[in-house]
Write a protein that binds this ligand. Sequence first.
Ligand SMILES: *Cc1c(COP(=O)(O)O)cnc(C)c1O
Length: 232
Amino acid sequence: MTPSSPASAPPSIAERVAEVRARIDVACRAAGRDPHDVTLTAVSKTQGPDAIDAILASGQRVFGENRVQEAQSRWTARIAGLPDLELRLIGPLQTNKAADAVALFDVVETLDREKLARALAEAAMRRGRSPRVLVQVNTGAESQKAGISADQADALIATARLTYGLTVEGLMCIPPAAQDPEPHFKTLSALADRNGLAVLSMGMSGDYEAAIRCGATHVRVGTALFGERNRR
Ligand SMILES: *Cc1c(COP(=O)(O)O)cnc(C)c1O
């Protein structure tokens, strides 16, 4: 017996990427959607350089990170060599990190208060570089979770656009862990429709197919691509 028979080897990152991409395709076709309309955001938080090398080799270029400093250390040295890289901030942002976030990220998915809209607009002005923005909605009204409440989302979207001139492209949510995510995805989709927003970032490793059924344009997948995360 060989010590590492293929049957027992864990799937490589390339195999995991292929599997997730195939499942996205199937979910899109089942929903009558074009797979090109769904972007896979690889959530690279906590991953080491070998995992990043491997997933880049598979062609993946869109990444989600939830901490600014950690993202800087993972990506700053790589950016110059990756002209088509897209970095998306998917974790909570403090106003005192707005300038660093504007410098690094193409998209900030976690706008959830006016004070942060102001900080992002000021940082963008100074830097001469404006990230696109999603408004994070706390669809489950969980007190410990970031995001604006669903009934205040319209107002924040309008303020971010009209008062602060931000490019609000869409909405993001993280449904409560123990609930059926679909009602949350549908709430987010309805909110986006009535505000004329095209981008819906929803769905993670456990529920991205359901999110695609409900209209997700961006799914944020970590574990299913990289395996269980290293502890911080
Ligand atoms: C970590 C994280 C993900 C990815 O979660 P997985 O279950 O590992 O796919 C998605 N979205 C956000 C906001 C995250 O923080």
